[in-house]
Write a protein that binds this ligand. Sequence first.
Ligand code: TXA
Ligand code: MG
Length: 383
Amino acid sequence: MNGLAVVYELAGLTPGQPAFRAAIAAAADALRRGLLVAFPTETVYGLGASAFDGDAIARVFAAKGRPADNPLIVHVDSAETAKSLAAEWPDAAESLARAFWPGPLTLIVRHNGRLPRAVTVGLPTVALRVPNQRIALELLRQVGPLAAPSANLSGRPSPTRAEHVMADLGEWVAVILDDGPCPVGVESTVLDVTVRPPALLRPGGVTPEMLEKVVGKVEIAPEARAEGDISALAARSPGTRYRHYAPRRPLHLLELPGDGAAAWRSLQRYLVTLKETEAPVLPARIALLAVSEAWSALPASLRDELIGFDLGPLSEPQAVAARLYQALHDLDRDPVAVIVAHTLPERGVGLAVNNRLRRAATRIVACDAHDTRDPGREGGARR
Ligand code: TXA
Ligand code: MG
């Protein structure tokens, strides 16, 4: 801890410009001296330390308040560098790296012992990825592999902007490289390729559908859906055991079985009930984190009473994912009493959004078939 981070704004600069080169040089210098540097990736900002510097890695754990049994992802500039850290490189790793690197996919492989124990926390495997971000790649080319978890305090929403990093970790990092908002907005997909079929441990930017086109069947581990009691999951990815990504306010998550009119009616019923039962004891307002379709389905009178965050239309799930953490950060600043959110259809990047929401939730509300049945068949809508 030595004062506040120096922030370099790089959005709009090209790699040839002196200011760009000076920022990368300052970050590289800090990393070589064992300091921590926050850098952008296409998913979220990372809290980087040289992957071969055990003391710097220890500071990463201290800064985040990260549980000591949760290993870090090692970021590399290429598949070649990744292989130099692996004891085995299965065919699946080869074809997935060719298809998705650089990109939001992290591969779990057996390591060859070159990395310090601090990174792998004693596991026989290591998590590796090549990020698709110009600043991250330039830094990795200059300084070599970087261990980098998301640059947030453990348990809090991940940072998709440099301001989020500054708020959580400004006193711990020497340099923040700011390249504006992260385009993917949810963390990388974590896939274990030491087993067959490969096991999806954390859903992310690369969807199961995309993976299966390249390697055939992929097993979706229970912790990837995050249904049920998280702490009871036999987690193969240690980080998935903890409540995570959580805003400071209570978050109620509605598990919606669909995305039609009946689903939005369930959401409306929940909001009305919450208002009636809890409003008298809640001086502050209810916030709704929902897709555009849900917002339009609410009566204007109810809509006006809510603090809102429109995540965008369901037809653009990628854009919904990219706005998720920004929304959670923004709502933390508003004086809201409770945040209500809903799940997306469980496919594509919806899997990643639902996983993060379930881990962030303080209450998960099941909307069963009865709740969401079309009122036409029920003989009238319940209010
Ligand atoms: O998109 C991302 O992956 C971001 C950016 C910065 O690259 N990083 C990130 O790191 O999300 P972190 O530390 O927040 O999440 C790493 C996840 C954790 O769930 C951890 O348990 C898992 O990867 N992991 C790391 N090493 C592992 C291993 N050997 N076996 C299984 N899971 C592992
Ligand atoms: Mg994280």
